[in-house]
Structures are given as structure tokens and as C-alpha cells.
Write a protein that binds this ligand. Structure first.
Ligand code: NAD
Ligand code: UDP
Length: 316
């Protein structure tokens, strides 16, 4: 690697969020070590960075211990789409829990500051709306989503125990639904599914009656939040919610995607997956106050950019 700049490890760095984060860290002068096992990530996502003198790629699985000379760690390794994390649920729990343990042990050895990409899924199917950080959640421990939800909850526990027991500098960030360029055509998450279906003229697959809600954050806003959280004062640990509080039903999302993409697709209803949260919207008061952060990209603007991205991918 070249000289100058902070040495920063990004696990899951070849994934959707991780690759955007690597881009941003390179832009601001860090040495970036991108660790990934390419479970859902791709080389294409990081292709422009591979020749950069301040970028290094480690093909490695976070469930296996590793020693790297770093000052900061962003722990993002974990499939995030329900389709992908439920595909091999035992491996998902291993990635969440063993991955967190290995990265925390590395942070302790190197006295590095470490950030955990946690999730709104720690709130499960919530009875409190919007969700704020003081809410402990309503999570099914034995359902299809549990490998991810409980894995991420256990990872949060490990982060706070390392903080209390070993004085580690931690940042726990609860990421709410995020979308944008570099999501995969076959990702399975709602925004990419709807856009790809609309652009292909296929049926748009709405699960259940479509009244369930989500709040979508554009990836550029999310990366700004992750950087702000990592740079926050040592005393600030989180957990902190980051996301865009603009909430809408999945039916409204389907209609909006069809309109914005100028599609003639129709909406078809499929079964609602078990334990699908009925509502989700972040209370971002803490992020605004402690990180000086708020999302700037509106849903229409972000969807427009994402539609243009997928149009180019599908035409290629
Ligand atoms: P993604 O699937 O695109 O990226 C995950 C990356 O982790 C991939 O590159 C994958 O290959 C890698 N990975 C998976 N298992 C690994 C392992 N055992 N060892 C090494 N690498 C491994 O997903 P994403 O949307 O970029 O999500 C990144 C992180 O953010 C995840 O931890 C996810 O839980 C969290 N998050 C994302 C969202 C969202 O809406 N995108 C919401 C909440 C939380
Ligand atoms: N969903 C849908 N059609 C799809 C994919 C997802 O209606 O093709 C719904 C899903 O049931 C959920 C919401 O969209 O209510 C968000 O799903 P996603 O998998 O993107 O993320 P989640 O927030 O559930 O983890």
C-alpha cells in the first residue's frame, strides 16, 4: 500500500454498501483494506479501486480470525437481503456472531476503533412506531429471519461487552432500508425487485396486501452517516438509528416505481413472507443531534438515479 492516510478495514467491502464506503474512504485519503469472501459481493463493485495504491483486497471470511494492521474497522460483512441471508441461515448467524467476535478481537489487539453495521431488524416486528434506540424490539427467536435478527442482536451485545470489559471504542449503527446503484439485479430486496420488474415489463411482485411500510434511505446519505458515526467523539457509542424517516407502503412504492420508470407493468400479489415487519420508520433524533447528520436525498430523486442505473445495467 502507498503512504499517508489512516488505515481502515472495511469487511463486506465488495458488497453494495461496502463498495460505496470504500470509494468514499479512498476519496478522503484513507488506506483501505477491503475484506470480503464474495458471498454476495462482486469484484465489479470494487473494480475501479483495484489498481489504486491506497486500496488492498483481502479475500477472506470474517468467521476466520485474522490479524491486519489497521486503526479503524467498519464491520459490514453479512448478506443483507432476506433472500440471501435465509439461503444459508447457519452461515448467516456464524457471519454475524463469529464475524463480530473476530473483528472485535482484532480491534482489541490493534486498539482500533470499530463500527458495527447493525440493522433496524433488531426491532423485529415493532409495537413502537417510529422506532427509537430505547426500544428493545419484538423479535421472533425461532423464525426464518432470526438467523439475521438474532445474529445482529448478539453482535450488538458483543460490541457493548467489549466496550465495557476491554474499553474498546465502539460505534453501533442501526441501518434502516437503504437502496441505490450497485444493488444486484437478483438481490431480492424490494427496491431492486420492483425497478428491475418495471423496466423489464414483468409483473411487479407485491407481497401480501402491500399495506406494510418501510422508509428508504439513498446510499449516498447512508455512507455520509457511517462516516459521521465513525468520526464521532470517543464517548459516543450509539446504538444510533440511521435512515430516511419518509415512510410509505409497499403498494405506494410499487405505484411510484412504475410511474417513475414509465412502465406498463401490472402489480400482482404474492404471499407475505412470515414475520415480515408490518411497519418500519426510524426516529433519527439521536443521529441528527449527535452526528449532525440528516438525509438529503428525496425518495423520488433517489429512485430516479437508481432506475437510471438499472436501465444501463439491463441494456448492457
Ligand atoms: P451486501 O450483501 O451487498 O454486502 C454484504 C457483503 O458482505 C458482501 O460483499 C458479501 O460478500 C460479504 N460477506 C458476507 N458474508 C461474509 C463473510 N462471512 N466473510 C466476509 N465477507 C462476507 O449487503 P449490504 O446491503 O451492502 O449490507 C452491508 C451491511 O449493512 C450488512 O452487514 C447488513 O446487515 C447491513 N445493513 C444493510 C441494510 C441495507 O438496507 N442495505 C440495512 C440494514 C443493515
Ligand atoms: N417486498 C415485496 N415484493 C418484493 C420484495 C419485497 O412486496 O418483491 C416487501 C417485503 O415483503 C417487505 C418489504 O417489501 O414488506 C421490504 O422487503 P425487503 O426484502 O426489501 O427488506 P426488509 O425490510 O423486509 O428486510
Amino acid at each position: 500500500m502507498g503512504t499517508g492516510g489512516r488505515r481502515t478495514l472495511v469487511t463486506g467491502g465488495a458488497g453494495f454498501l461496502g463498495s460505496h464506503l470504500c470509494d468514499a474512504l479512498i476519496r478522503r485519503g484513507d488506506h483501505v483494506v477491503c475484506l470480503d469472501n464474495f458471498h454476495t459481493g462482486t469484484r465489479d463493485n470494487i473494480a475501479p479501486l483495484l489498481a489504486h495504491p491506497r486500496f488492498e483486497l483481502l479475500h477472506h471470511d470474517v468467521t476466520v480470525p485474522i490479524d491486519v494492521d489497521v486503526e479503524r474497522i467498519f464491520n459490514l460483512a453479512c448478506p443483507a437481503s432476506p433472500v440471501h441471508y435465509q439461503n444459508d441461515p447457519v452461515q448467516t448467524t456464524r457471519t454475524c456472531v463469529l464475524g463480530a467476535m473476530n473483528m472485535l478481537a482484532l480491534a482489541e489487539r490493534r486498539r482500533a476503533r470499530i463500527l458495527q453495521a447493525s440493522t433496524s431488524e433488531v426491532y423485529g416486528d415493532p409495537e413502537m412506531h417510529p422506532q427509537h434506540e430505547g426500544y428493545w424490539g419484538r423479535v421472533n427467536p425461532v423464525g426464518l429471519r432470526s438467523c439475521y435478527n438474532e445474529g445482529k442482536r448478539c453482535a450488538e451485545t458483543l460490541f457493548f461487552d467489549y466496550h465495557r470489559q476491554h474499553g474498546l471504542e465502539i460505534k453501533v449503527v442501526r441501518i434502516f432500508n437503504t437502496y441505490g446503484p450497485r444493488m444486484y439485479v437478483d438481490d431480492g430486496r424490494v427496491v431492486s425487485n420492483f425497478i428491475v420488474q418495471a423496466l423489464r415489463g414483468d409483473d411487479v411482485t407485491l407481497y401480501g396486501d402491500g399495506s406494510q411500510t418501510r422508509s428508504f434511505c439513498h446510499v449516498d446519505d447512508m455512507i455520509a452517516a457511517l462516516l459521521a458515526a465513525m468520526d464521532s467523539p470517543a464517548g459516543f457509542t450509539g446504538p444510533v438509528n440511521v435512515g430516511n424517516p419518509a415512510e410509505l407502503s409497499m403498494r405506494e412504492l410499487a405505484e411510484r416505481v412504475i410511474r417513475l420508470s414509465g412502465s406498463t407493468s401490472r402489480v400482482v400479489h404474492l404471499a407475505l413472507p412470515p414475520d415480515d415487519p408490518r411497519v418500519r420508520r426510524p426516529d433519527i433524533g439521536l443521529a441528527m443531534q449527535a452526528l449532525g447528520w440528516r438525509p438529503a436525498v428525496s425518495l423520488d430523486e433517489g429512485l430516479d438515479k437508481t432506475i437510471r442505473y438499472f436501465r444501463a445495467i439491463l441494456n448492457a
